[in-house]
Each structure stands twice: as C-alpha cells, then as structure tokens.
Design a protein around this ligand. Structure first.
Ligand code: ADP
Ligand code: MG
Length: 712
C-alpha cells in the first residue's frame, strides 16, 4: 500500500464511495490526507457527569465541552412540532445521570445501544438556562475493549463533497494506520531536502501528515487549532517552497530565452531624456528609473511592476522609457484602463515628447497620430514610435513592426492576463506594469515572484497632504460648508455615492445618486455633472472632460471615478455611504484629489460620511482617516479581507494555497523564497531527485491545485 495508490485501495472505500470521493477531487490516498482537519477537540481529560445540585460537572470546573464515559438509557426519538425530531437519552456514569439530546441525527435512535459504555464529548448546559443539566449534541463513540479511554486529541473534519465529516475522519485515521503498518513510520516519499528541514526544524512529511491527522497526546491543542504546529508548518513551508521554486525556474527560463531586441543607449541618453522634463525627478523616481534602465540593458525581457501612490510620478517614468525605446529604434505601447485615460495620456505625452517622437492614439473610437497621418499601416511599418491606447491594443489587431516595450498603466490585476496575451502573439517586449493599488509585500512575493518590484514611495514636492475626516450623517452640513469654501476659491469637488438609484440598498439607508443627488446640487449651488456606470461612455467622458476644463465644478459620481482623470484643481471629496467601501477602494477614490500644487486652492479635504457602520467598517474608516500611506492601507486591507479578495485571485489566475496562509505563515513564505533561489543551483543534485519529481508534477492534493482546476 502506497500513499499515492488510488483511494479505493484504502480500507472501507468501495467503488461507490470511491466515486463520490473522486467526484470531489479525492482520487488517491494522498488527496484524502491533504484534507486537513478543520479543528481539534481536546478529549484528553475525562470528566464526570454532574449531580443535579452541582454547579459544574467537571472536577476542575474548566470551561468548554465535557468528555465522559457513560452508559445510555432510555434512547428514544421524540417528535416535536412540524417534522422536526430529536433523539433523547439519559447518560449515566455510575454516579450521576444527565439527559442527552441530539438534533438532526435521527439514525442514532437505531444505532445507540443501551447499557454499553460510550465516550461522549460535547457542551454541558442547563436546560432553559436554569433547568437540569443536559449534554447537547455530543459526539458519541462506542468504546471497544482495545482502547478503553478513546480520548486524546480528536481531529474534526469538514465534508469532502457528499462524504460526511464522520466518514472522512474514519477514512483518514484508517489510512494513516494502514500506511504505517504497511510501510513503517516513513510511509510517504520525503522530498524536502534534509538541509531545509534541519534549518527550519521541520518534521518529515510522513510525520507531519500523521501528526495532523492523529495528533500525539502531548501536542499543543492551541497550536493545532491555529495551524501553527510544527506539522502544519512543514506542510505550509513545503507548499510555499514548491511554488517559489516554480517561479524561480520560470524566471531562470525567461533569462535564458532572452529578448529579440536591444537598446542602443547609454547613461547620457537617459540624462538627456530626463532633461526634457519641466521638473526634476524625485529621489524615488531616479532610483526606479535606474532599475528600469538596468532591466532594458539586459538580455532578458524586463518584467517589472512599479508601485506607487496616485500622483507619485509613475507615468512620467513610463514616458521616459518609451522615449529611450524610440531612440533605439524600437516601438512601444502604453496601455490605459479606460479610453478617457488613454486620451489624457496621449495629450500629455504629446505635449512632453511630441517634438521628439511620433505618437499615436488607438482606441475603439479614435485612431490619430501626432503628425496626422494614417495610423494602422504606419504602426505595422514601424513608423510610429509610441502607441497609446486601451488594453485592447495588445489583444486586438494592432500589429507592430518592432515592439520593444509595453507599458500597462494603472493595472490593478497586474498584467497577468496581458502577459499571457502578449505571449500568445509571440511577442517578447520588455514589460512595465504600473499600479497605484499597492499590494502587500507578502502578496508581491508570491504572486509576482517572477516580477521585479519597484516602489515609488515619495511624492513630488509641493503636494499638500490630504486631510481626511470620518463623520456620520450628522456631519452632512459641515461637509457642504467645507466643499463650498473650496469651490469658492476655484477648487473642484467630487461627491461619491454608493448607489445609482434606490432599491434594496436604499432601504438600508444608503444614499443614491438619483435620490440624494439633487439635494447636493441645490446645497452646493455650483455647476454639477453626473457620471456613473450606466451612462453611455461618450456621455460620461464628455462630462469628465468638462469637469477637467472647469465648466463643471462638482462631479456627482459613483466609483467609476476610481481610476480616472487627473484634475489638479480637485481639492474636495465627499464619500457617502462610506461604510460600504473597502479600504483600498476608499484610498483609490481619495487619490483623485490633492493632485495640484497651487497653494491658492487651499488644503485638500476628504470627508467620509458613514450612515450605519458596523464595527468592522468603523475600524476600516479609522485606518483610512489615519493614513494616506497606500502600503499601510494595503496591509490592513489584506488583514481584514484576506488575500484572495484583494487580488480577485480566481480571475487573475494566481496561485492559491491549500496549507499555507499568507498572513499567518508570512515568515515561512519569506524563508521559502530565499531557500528556493538557493536551491535552484542544487536542484540537479542526485540527492534532490524526489524534490525534482515533486516539482515536475506539482502533485495535486499535496500542492495547491493550479488555478482553473476545479478541485477544492
Ligand atoms: P502617477 O502616474 O503615479 O499617478 P504621474 O506620473 O501622472 O503620476 O504624475 C502626476 C503629476 O505629477 C503629473 O502632473 C506630473 O507631471 C507631475 N510630476 C511627476 N513627477 C514630478 C516631479 N518629480 N516633480 C514635479 N512634478 C512631477
Ligand atoms: Mg499614472
């Protein structure tokens, strides 16, 4: 018997159960063992049943469930109102008698035998609060002669597909016992090199799996339940290491494959390009630009993510890189998430670089070149240096003669999809991904293990810090006053609504554009425009342009403005129903204001108005008000919502971990990343055969399934 044998080779699994397990992705014994218990029950201390007058049943008066050995009497099924029934019995441990009740387990009435000892484990309560003692829904297990105690640390499982938890528990326990009987204590291939195991003091794989499924009596229940036991650490580390090795191998292959183009520039060219800017780069920009320049000079394609808050000057760096490409006779593409942003980029890049290169705008509604000529053919002929457009640019028909550099701007999902579509077209340009939504460092390491990350953590000089106030509906008038003051001094304002019109959400007291919008128009007494996702794009873009030009002073909007136009005069933002927004989203919205440096505009102010915040929303808003640091906010966001939510992992095709948890096991992840890059050189060693095999198959079950795999 081997752990990688089909699940049907384990005791108690016939063809029917085998099919049910397989339907849930459990085909081999290891797949079963990869289903870790959800939690553990401590049944190491046997208690006794309380007498009727006793305060508490357990000797030690320890809180929590009671474990007792007792015989059952009077087992019967009791029918209540409707079709609900319960099973009742009386438990007797020789000294005291206590009622027992089970809900939703009618079959127990048939199964339980009177007069024989059972091990019961469950909460002990007084009926109705002050009535007689009762054991409620305890687990119940017949005690056989061979294990008189039957206690210990008991794993509790979830269901696997349609197979109930109790069945899973039995299968797992039997499988572990049989494997050990058949093959000894080291019953599954150890693939983690001894060096790594020793370094991190991790148990062998067989030991770890044995320990999580049948913990030894001296194990710490707290560690087990928190998934911080040495056994859990071994599984998480192993999973991280394989994933990091996979990324490291991919990175290595990318290096070897090289890129088809070369840049013909030196430091002087970069200095000259920088000299075209009407300002001096910040220290942060200098540093990141240096990193980009190094990447471009290399033989392998660049894969770099630049993270920096809105307004930190990322796009400027992209522009310089495109100019350098043009100087090397290579084309570049700059992709923005919306048409409007693409147009805005086109306009500002033309202003900046127009005299030095040919720039074209390609969107679904426009095709224009800075010098007026035909666009498509000239891109294909290599006579346009920079093409600005939406993401569709690389997905659709635009053909480049010599695409050397692709820049993806404000890409929240980090270009995974774009990378794939470029690869499909057989293009290997240098890739620069820019995002203002910082991702926590832990995520950057795993998800972008093959991306190099640059961080712009410095704002251009002259920016005014944004003040943020969080208030309730009572603060509405004050908000109106503050906004009016800023409008009077030439500023512009956003009022953000959680809903377009009433309906379900409005019943919960959330303001909508349609219902509350008119009040704001009256109260602010300034030219207002409305944008939301249901307007035609053209109409939306027109309103935004008028807002940018100043003929509209207030934009009443939904979150469509989250990724939006750069309007330096915008100094005020009111966010209504702020309890409804996530931290990252709030931060992104706030980034729309305070982008100007004109002191006459006054201090930028963001007012978040929360109607009925939950305590969690309150915490969120507290963090929002206290910090404008995107990275702090991202970490907090991940703590509150979990990594999957942040990345929209499923859509983006990113790895998910089965054993490891990015927040909990952060230290293990960092270690695994470090170890992976060192292991790469030792991978071919004969001693690492097992690791290599493991890496090659990324065993389903013991390793996180690849995204797209329907396995749980
Ligand atoms: P991001 O793309 O990170 O949001 P941008 O590159 O669009 O930032 O820059 C925001 C604004 O700041 C632009 O108007 C840009 O011209 C200006 N800017 C960028 N870098 C500097 C700098 N070093 N000094 C002054 N202004 C800058
Ligand atoms: Mg930008």
């Amino acid at each position: 018997m081997d752990a990688r044998d089909p699940i049907t080779s384990t005791r108690g699994v016939g063809p029917v159960l085998g099919r049910r397990l397989a339907a849930a992705g459990c085909r081999r014994i290891v797949d079963l063992l990869a289903h870790l218990p959800l939690r553990y029950e401590d049944r190491r201390t046997l208690g006794r049943l309380p007498g009727a007058d006793e305060e508490d049943g357990t000797e030690s008066a320890a809180p929590g469930p009671l474990t007792v050995v007792a015989r059952l009497e009077n087992v019967k099924r009791v029918f209540g109102r409707r079709r609900f029934s319960r099973v009742e019995a009386v438990a007797c441990d020789g000294a005291a008698r206590v009622g027992v009740v089970w809900f939703n387990r009618p079959y127990l009435a048939r199964q339980l035998e009177e007069g024989v000892p059972y091990l019961l484990h469950g909460p002990l309560r007084r009926r109705g609060g002050d009535g007689p003692w009762q054991l409620s829904n305890p687990s119940v297990e017949r005690i056989s002669g061979e294990k008189p105690c039957g206690g210990g640390l008991r794993p509790v499982y979830g269901r696997i597909g349609e197979v109930p938890p109790s069945r899973v528990a039995r299968l797992a326990a039997d499988a572990i016992r049989d494997l050990r009987d058949a093959s000894g204590p080291d019953w599954i291939d150890e693939w983690l090199p001894r060096e790594e195991r020793t370094k991190h003091q991790l148990p062998r794989l067989a030991e770890a799996l044995t320990e999580v499924h049948s913990p030894s009596p001296e194990a710490s229940i707290e560690d087990l339940n928190a998934r911080r036991s040495p056994a859990h650490a071994r599984l998480a580390y192993g999973e991280f290491l394989l994933q990091q090795l996979q990324l490291a191998v991919a990175r290595c292959q990318r290096r070897r494959s090289g890129k088809p183009h070369r840049y013909r520039v030196d430091g002087a060219a970069w200095t000259a390009a920088t000299g075209l800017l009407p300002f001096r780069l910040t220290g942060g920009q200098e540093r990141v630009l240096g990193e980009i320049a190094d990447d471009l000079a290399r033989k392998e394609p660049m894969l770099r993510l630049v993270q920096g808050d809105v307004g930190s000057g990322k796009t400027v760096l992209a522009a310089l890189s495109c100019l350098i490409a043009a100087r090397s006779d290579l084309q570049s593409a700059l992709m923005a998430p919306t048409e409007l942003l693409a147009e805005q980029h086109f306009a500002s890049l033309e202003g900046l670089l127009g005299p030095h290169m040919t720039i074209a705008l390609v969107t679904s509604s426009q095709r224009v070149a800075s010098d007026g000529g035909a666009v498509e053919e000239r891109i294909a002929a290599g006579r346009i240096d920079l093409v600005v457009g939406t993401h569709a640019l690389i997905e659709e028909r635009t053909r480049f003669a010599r695409l050397g550099l692709a820049v993806i701007d404000e890409q929240h999902r980090f270009g995974v999809v774009q990378r794939q579509s470029l690869a499909r077209k057989g293009l290997r340009p240098d890739l620069l991904v820019m995002t203002a939504t910082p991702i926590p460092r832990s995520l950057a390491l795993t998800v972008y293990g093959d991306l190099d990350v640059s961080i712009l953590d410095e704002m251009p000089p002259g920016r005014r810090p944004i003040e943020t106030r969080v208030t309730t509906d009572g603060g509405m008038e004050e908000a109106v006053e503050e906004v009016r003051r800023r409008l009077e001094s030439g500023g512009r304002a956003y009022v953000v609504f959680p809903l377009i019109d009433g309906g379900e959400g409005a019943a919960a007291g959330l303001p909508s554009l349609r219902e509350s919008g008119p009040n704001w128009v009256r109260a602010l007494a300034a030219p207002c425009g409305v944008v939301h996702g249901r307007l035609r794009r053209q109409e939306r873009d027109e309103t935004m342009s008028r807002f940018a030009a100043g003929s509209i002073q207030v934009l009443l909007a939904t979150t469509v403005i989250e990724v939006g136009v750069d309007v330096p005069e915008a100094t005020a933002m009111v966010i209504l129903g702020a309890e409804r927004f996530g931290l990252a989203q709030l931060h992104q919205l706030r980034g729309r204001i305070g982008r100007g440096t004109d002191p006459a505009l006054g201090e930028p102010l963001c007012i978040a108005i929360a109607g009925q915040p939950s305590s969690e929303a309150e915490r969120r808003l507290e963090v929002f008000a206290a910090s404008t640091d995107g990275f702090r906010i991202a970490e907090e966001d991940m703590r509150q919502r979990g990594p999957g939510e942040i990345l929209g992992t499923r859509q983006a095709g990113l790895p998910q971990f089965r054993f490891g948890d990015l927040a909990r096991d952060w230290a293990l992840l960092v270690a695994a990343r470090q170890d992976a890059s060192e292991l790469l050189d030792r991978l071919a060693d004969p001693g690492n055969d097992a690791l290599r095999r493991q890496l090659e198959r990324r065993v389903p079950g013991l390793v996180a399934p690849e995204a797209g795999d329907p396995r749980p």
